[in-house]
Every structure is written in structure tokens, then in C-alpha cells.
Ligand binder design. Structure first.
Ligand code: PEP
Ligand code: MN
Length: 344
């Protein structure tokens, strides 16, 4: 259950609602929004109490409506927040018609590698440099990333080249530290339901890109976004990166293109698509990247490596700078073909 306050509700009115909730032995979660405050009740409410509570709260001063939550998320929903969210980082805007490309290597490997990649992606028109310093690898024997040293390199290169950055954080205890180095925190597919990590990222005040876990439903994914939003962080974007495939003979995952219009209809959060992990082979990446643009994605996250054959992780799916530049030109062409519907 959630209590939605009027836009001009006072602090006293909010407090009075909280006290009524507590008087029934329930917990409350005050969620100050851009426009109005919502008060969630994260406790299990006994069925006999529901109608009483509904009636009492609905009649209180400052209360707009009492909502019975049938989906596992509310703040992430379009019905709660009809306007599309627009994220602003420096001069870059994401969502609400603003399209962004985040590109770079899977992992920071060295200063030289990252600088070469950063110059190439920036030159081709990417606004954000992606590169992992903490790599969640299936095998503990695989390259785990340069970790703190990788973040140092990322920051130096970003400043030299003049580009924003995104990098993954995998440990809740590292969130504050990683947030000092990057502009956007990436929550990886394997961490989508690491709830302490979501809470920490929500509290960081940094924009967060939340990847969909390979087996997660849309509702589970949006419920994870809800963990970020309930901490007061409104700068949340979602990233579709492929779900479990029927077989892996031809593709690493199955990019769920359906997720793009479904998220746009059911949520106000920007939806970014990662075709690199979605299909897993560089030769197919441009085709699905363009499909995502045509489907209405708010941005793309693409792996680009100056020398894919030497990459320490995900070389097979990394575009060369030349292939990326060609794709960027095609992205512009697709977006222009769709204009004016999406032009910003
Ligand atoms: C990545 O972006 O390099 C990554 C590890 O992605 P995912 O979490 O989608 O597997
Ligand atoms: Mn990768």
C-alpha cells in the first residue's frame, strides 16, 4: 500500500500520516518525489486492517489517494510518474527524447589501451566512455579487472580526452569510492538483485545504470530499480543486455528487443540497450544496435576495443574503432529517419 500526498501537502500532514501508519504497528517509508511525496508501507498488512487503514488514510488532510500496489514497483511506474525521466550529467541529457551512446572497452587494461579507445569513441560521437575496473567474471581464473588502478586510469583518461564515464561497481562497500571516480555507476546483470548494492547505489546520489539479469522478468527488473528510487535517487536508467538464449550456438544471449517498448510504456525511466552482451559477436552488433534505436531506445552501451584480438575480456563482441564509427553514422541515419518523433 502507498499513500500519495497532494502536491502542496505540509510536513505536518506527512508526519500525521506516518504516525497513523506506525500506530497500527506498521513501518513507513517516506519518499520525497520531484513533485509530491509518497509514503510507502513496506510491512505486510493484515487483510482485516486493509479497509480500515484505507478509509482512515484516505480521509486525512493532505492525502491525494491511497494506492494498492499490485505490481512489485510503484515509483518506477509510468502511472506514478507520467513524464519521462530526463537525466542530466554535465551537458549530456539522457531520456525524454535525448539519445546517448556509451562506448569503450569491456575492461580498462592499460592507460594506452583506454586512451586509444576513448579518443576513438569520442571522435565517432559517443558522449560517455564505458570501461570496467571491477569485472564480475564467471571463472575466478579469468581477468578480474585492474580494480582501483583501473578507476585511476579511467579518471585520468576521461579528463585528458574530455568525456564522461560509466563503470561497474560490484560491492556495496565500494560504492562511495567508485562514485568518486565515475559519472555513472553501472550495476551489472549479475548484481541486479544484490539488494544491499542497490540500496548503496541509491544513496550515492550518482546516476545509476541498472542492467537486467539474464533470467529476470520485467517486473523483477523494475522492482530492483525501485530499490534505487526508494533511496531518493531519481537518476536511474535501465539497460537491456540480453536474456538467457535457447541455445548459444550463434549468440551469447537473446537481446530482448520487446523490453524497449514495454519499458517505455510501463516506466518513465530511460531504457538503454547493450547489443554487445546481447548478441556476443562483433559482426552482428551493428544490426541489433540499429534495431534498438528503431525500437525507441534512449541510448546504447557498446563495447569498442582498439585491438579486439588482444582484449583481456569480451574481445569477440568488441567493435573496432572503424566499425564503431560506421555504426555511429548509421545510428544518425536511423534517428533522422524516425524524426521528428524522437528528435532531440
Ligand atoms: C559489462 O558491461 O562489461 C558487463 C559485465 O555486462 P553484464 O553485466 O551485462 O554481463
Ligand atoms: Mn563486457
Amino acid at each position: 500500500m502507498m499513500v500519495l500526498m497532494n502536491k502542496d501537502a505540509t510536513e505536518e500532514q506527512i508526519q500525521a500520516v506516518v504516525e497513523v501508519i506506525h500506530s497500527h504497528g506498521l513501518k513507513s517509508l517516506v519518499l520525497p518525489g520531484g513533485e509530491r511525496t509518497a509514503i510507502g508501507i513496506p510491512s505486510a498488512i493484515p487483510p482485516s486492517l486493509r479497509p480500515v487503514l484505507d478509509e482512515t488514510l484516505s480521509a486525512m488532510d493532505g492525502v491525494d489517494q491511497v494506492i494498492h500496489i499490485t505490481r512489485p514497483y510503484k515509483l518506477a511506474s509510468r502511472s506514478f510518474h507520467p513524464q519521462p525521466t530526463e537525466i542530466r550529467i554535465g551537458d549530456v541529457r539522457i531520456g525524454n527524447g535525448h539519445f546517448v551512446v556509451m562506448a569503450g572497452p569491456c575492461a580498462v587494461e592499460s592507460y594506452e589501451q583506454l586512451r586509444e579507445a576513448a579518443l576513438a569513441v569520442k571522435q565517432a560521437g559517443a558522449q560517455i566512455l564505458r570501461a570496467g575496473a571491477y569485472k564480475p567474471r564467471t571463472s575466478p581464473y579469468s581477468f578480474q579487472g585492474l580494480q582501483r588502478e583501473g578507476l585511476e586510469i579511467l579518471r585520468v583518461v576521461a579528463e585528458e580526452v574530455g568525456i564522461l564515464t560509466i563503470s561497474e561497481v560490484i560491492d556495496p562497500h565500494d560504492v562511495e569510492m567508485v562514485a568518486e571516480y565515475v559519472d555513472i555507476l553501472q550495476i551489472g546483470a549479475r548484481s541486479m538483485q544484490n539488494f544491499p548494492l542497490l540500496v548503496a547505489a541509491g544513496r550515492s546520489g550518482k546516476p545509476v545504470l541498472l542492467k537486467r539479469a539474464p533470467s529476470a522478468t520485467i517486473d523483477e527488473w523494475l522492482a530492483s530499480a525501485e530499490y534505487l528510487l526508494t533511496q531518493g535517487n531519481e537518476q536511474v536508467m535501465l539497460c537491456e543486455r540480453g536474456i538467457v538464449p535457447i541455445d548459444r550456438t550463434y549468440a551469447r544471449n537473446t537481446l530482448d528487443i520487446n523490453a524497449v517498448p514495454i519499458i517505455k510504456h510501463n516506466s518513465h525511466l530511460p531504457i538503454i540497450v547493450d547489443p554487445s552482451h546481447g548478441i556476443g559477436h562483433a559482426r552482428y552488433v551493428p544490426a541489433v544496435a540499429l534495431a534498438a534505436v528503431a525500437a525507441g531506445a534512449d541510448g546504447l552501451l557498446i563495447e569498442v576495443h582498439p585491438h579486439p584480438e588482444r582484449a583481456l575480456s569480451d574481445g569477440a563482441q568488441s567493435l573496432t574503432p572503424a566499425a564503431f564509427a560506421q555504426l555511429m553514422a548509421q545510428i544518425v541515419a536511423v534517428r533522422n529517419a524516425l524524426a521528428p518523433a524522437t528528435s532531440k
